[in-house]
Design a protein around this ligand. Structure first.
Ligand SMILES: Nc1ncnc2c1ncn2[C@@H]1O[C@H](COP(=O)(O)OP(=O)(O)OP(=O)(O)O)[C@@H](O)[C@H]1O
Length: 844
């Protein structure tokens, strides 16, 4: 920064700037603008494309205060940390420089503003601590109060968990940051855009963290949360909470519990599978549409949407828990009328979790309270509809749906019909709620009428027809009586001023009225603010109970959504077992099925049921539907284990512990790895971690290297997965290496399948049907033709293919030396004899 003579305002700016994290930009409220100075001005003007000006030689930019809702999301989306300094007093009333204060610091993980949050996703602030042989990862969604911690062994699993959480920011100690910087590969690298924030090591001090958490949760011990003897988890949780509350500059009493969870309780999906299977978003960044969640999500509330998203990302591994969800989905699906009514009723409910969050951090407005009441008011209706179902899970959820009549009533009686968003605009509290407020309001609006009423009354009382009620700025309202009538002035008039022709008086009543009229509006606003605050505090007492009800409602919404999806797309209930079967009759790919329509999508079976059917080796032409089929299998497993019905005539599933996928990953090229290297890293990961209860889907292995190397690797991988006692898992392997089909002759559990096609003249018709047996044709050139490869190239490829098929052992170099013209063309010219190309091959 330039060394300049600072004005008092700039001095105040400097002090504010020094009190925020060094990497945060400061939006400094000056009148109707938020102004930025120095480096902050440069950064903000470039992100927001604002004009950079200069003030006394230093850079400056700004925008009107009402544009904050537009600009703040853009700054946050660009990964900028933002601190806001507001004016804490009315500049007109300020003596000297206006008081300003940092009201909040907004980082990607500490957002509570609705405008900055996606309703369908949680917004997690995370914190990482390195324990002994494990990582402790705390995750906190300040907007909802959800707070969890888990312990994870290994960087891969850690990165996956970051991905699953979709974490935006991770807090670490300076010490850990230094380690990450020193050791190459030590820092976990999730695919999501994650901001690493470093804080002092003392944030992680165990006793400090423990005390901090105990105070927050108002408990004497953390044992009840399962955190006994887990100092790393306590440190992570304490540090993240401290960082969050420091940035919020507010109490966050809605964060009132923490859950210790284990990755083992859910079906494990590594980062690659999460992406490849397009569970919650597509690979091409088109968001939810086109993903599995896009098909499943018929939720009516944001909480239900987030719950369903979490279910998709964390399918269950517990038989009974899955069956409980399936029972609930089944009950809903079998009663479509009640289901429709229930969904319609739930549709009124708004984001209870986030409203409660905003209420707790002091960020809620009157509309939030009103929405809270409207949402809570439908709970009796939801409860009575749920009472129609005798299903344990629905009964449990119904039991947690508490009713809040006194809160609803209080809010309804207090908040005006259409309250303004800003408390300062006035008119938030309903007429009739508070007598004093009613009076203040009428003082402001009816003041003039009151004065003329007094004038009339006093004229009658005193008999002075010319008596007037007037106002001046020296002594406010007064009564003026002309000299001629002074004898008629009553005793209770107090003389204030004598003029040539008249005298001026005041009365206690007039003074009282004056104080009511003057500043009545200001007073009304202040009283409204106080009443609103009281109402807010009243509502805050219900925080935990509303959170519990909101969570139950989210569960009901998610289950109803699954039932609706099952109903719309004709899904059936899967049967869950503990063995290693995976038998599907007429299964369909949920996303393509929904997109194409059930009559167009060709269903297929799957048979994996232990020893004799452990690996399906699938060959078939390009474009036939191999990838679709094996992804479909994985998606059906995800659906079944999350407790959903499935797009199949029937499905029997022995629980799967992990799904592994190897399905091409172009994006890793950006990380500096070659296609083949990525393929091998992913394959290594599978072979090193697979268990007999896993499901492996492999879409082509060894493609990125020479044919013989590739084939050898694919072959060995298939053998290993089938033979090795650590694997022996259910596998679907799609490949173009027809040689691999020989495995079925030597391996008991390997079976060949192919995707049927019909040849029709020189056309082929894709039947999309998986049938037993192998195929030895790829029809690759046919697909190349469909793709628009120029005709001469296609003709040439056909010639080479023919030659290769005749001389299977022809070296590749020989092919490249073949004349560039096609045989046909040269034949036409008459300069080739029948064996020309073969002769050349032999010569080479
Ligand atoms: N069962 C099916 N019913 C209808 N259409 C299907 C089916 N399976 C696949 N398709 C269609 O065929 C297209 C190609 O399928 P897919 O990518 O699975 O082929 P593939 O055999 O894996 O091809 P390649 O070997 O070239 O990668 C899909 O995009 C889809 O539109």
């Amino acid at each position: 920064m330039a060394d300049i003579n600072l004005t008092p305002m700039m001095q105040q700016y400097r002090e504010a700037k020094a009190s925020i994290p060094p990497d945060a930009v400061l939006l400094f409220r000056l009148g109707d603008f938020y102004e930025e100075f120095f480096e902050d001005a440069e950064k903000v003007s470039s992100v927001l494309e604002l004009t950079l000006t200069r003030r006394q030689g230093y850079p400056m930019c700004g925008f009107p205060y009402h544009a904050l809702d537009t600009y703040l999301p853009r700054l946050v989306a660009a990964g900028v940390k933002v601190a806001i300094a507001e004016q804490m007093e009315d500049p007109r009333l300020a003596k000297g420089i206006v008081k300003r204060q940092i009201t909040r610091v907004i980082t990607p993980g500490t957002i509570v503003d609705n405008a900055l949050l996606s309703p369908s996703c949680n917004n997690y602030l995370t914190c990482l601590v390195q324990g002994k042989d494990v990582w402790a990862l705390a995750s906190l969604d300040i907007s909802t109060g959800e707070f969890r911690v888990c312990r994870i062994a290994g960087n891969d699993k850690l990165a996956t968990e970051f991905n699953r959480l979709g974490a935006r920011e991770c807090v670490i100690s300076h010490r850990l940051d230094a380690r990450f910087n020193e050791e190459e590969g030590a820092r976990p690298e999730p695919r999501t855009k994650l901001l690493w924030t470093t804080v002092d090591n003392d944030y992680f001090d165990f006793s400090f963290a423990e005390d901090f958490l105990k105070r927050q949760f108002k408990v004497g011990t953390l044992d009840g949360f399962g955190l006994r003897d887990l100092p790393d988890a306590v440190s992570a949780a304490g540090a993240v909470l401290r960082y969050a509350t420091e940035n919020l500059r507010q109490d966050a009493s809605h964060i009132c519990r923490i859950e210790l969870y284990s990755l083992d309780s859910s079906l494990e999906l590594d980062s690659i599978s999460l992406r490849n299977l397009e569970l919650v978003e597509t690979m091409f960044g088109t968001g939810k549409n086109g993903s599995l969640l896009g098909v499943l999500d018929h939720t009516e509330t944001p909480m239900g949407g987030r719950k369903l998203r979490n279910w998709v990302l964390r399918p269950l591994c517990d038989h009974d828990a899955i069956v409980a969800r399936l029972d609930a989905v089944g009950a809903f699906r079998d009663d479509p009328l009640t289901l429709a009514e229930l969904r319609e009723t739930i549709g009124v409910v708004r984001d209870l979790e986030r409203i409660v969050g905003r209420l707790n951090v002091g960020n809620a407005n009157a509309r939030d309270l009103q929405t809270l009441a409207v949402s809570l008011d439908v709970l009796p209706g939801v409860k009575s509809l749920l009472a129609n179902f005798n299903v344990p899970l629905l009964e449990t959820l119904n039991g947690r749906l508490e009713l809040f009549p006194e809160l609803v009533e209080k809010i309804e009686s207090a908040i005006a019909e259409n309250p303004p968003a800003q408390l300062s605009d006035g008119g938030v509290i309903r007429a009739g709620y508070n007598a004093e407020l009613d009076e203040l309001r009428s003082a402001a609006t009816d003041g003039k009428a009151w004065l003329s009423q007094i004038q009339l009354r006093e004229q009658e009382r005193t008999g002075i027809r010319s008596l007037k009620v007037k106002y001046n700025s020296v002594f406010g309202y007064y009564i003026e009586v002309s000299k001629a009538n002074l004898s008629m002035v009553p005793e209770d008039y107090v003389r204030k001023q004598t003029l040539v022709n008249a005298e001026r008086f005041i009365t206690p009543e007039l003074k009282e009225l004056e104080s009511k009229i003057l500043g009545a509006e200001e007073k009304a606003k202040a009283l409204e603010a106080q009443l609103f605050q009281e109402l807010r505090e009243f509502a805050l007492q219900y925080t935990v109970r509303i959170q519990t009800a909101a969570d139950a409602l989210a569960g009901v919404d998610a289950l109803a959504s699954l039932a609706e999806c099952a109903r719309l797309h004709g899904y059936r209930r899967p049967r869950i077992f503990e063995d290693d079967r995976l038998i599907v009759k007429a299964g369909r790919h949920p996303v393509l099925d929904a997109a194409m329509g059930t009559d167009k999508f060709v269903p297929n079976d799957c048979l994996l049921d232990g020893d004799r059917n452990r690996m399906m080796l699938i060959t078939g032409p390009n474009m036939a539907g191999k990838s679709t089929y094996i992804r479909q299998t994985a998606l059906l497993v995800v659906l079944a284990q999350m407790g959903s019905f499935v797009p199949a005539e029937s499905m029997e599933l022995g629980l799967v512990d992990r799904i592994f996928t190897r399905v091409g990953a172009a994006d890793d090229l950006a990380r500096g790895q070659s296609t083949f290297m990525v393929e091998m890293v992913e394959t290594a990961n599978i072979l090193n971690h697979v268990t007999p209860k896993s499901l492996v889907i492999l879409d082509e292995i060894g493609r990125g290297t020479s044919t013989f190397d590739g084939l050898s690797i694919a072959w060995a991988v298939a053998e290993f997965l089938h033979d090795d006692p650590s694997c022996r898992c259910r596998t679907q392997f799609a490949t173009h290496y027809h040689e691999l089909t020989e495995l079925a002759q030597t391996r008991r559990g390997v079976n060949n399948y192919n995707v049927a096609v019909k040849e029709y003249g020189d056309q082929i018709i894709f039947l999309r049907q998986i049938v037993p047996g192998s195929t030895d044709r790829s029809y690759g050139i046919h697909v190349a033709k469909l793709a628009g490869i120029p005709q001469p190239v296609i003709e040439r490829a056909n010639v080479i293919l023919e030659l290769l098929e005749k001389a299977a052992d022809a070296p590749r170099d020989a092919i490249s030396a073949l004349p560039r013209q096609t045989v046909k063309a040269r034949r036409r010219k008459g300069d080739v004899d029948e064996n020309d190309d073969m002769i050349q091959l032999r010569l080479l």
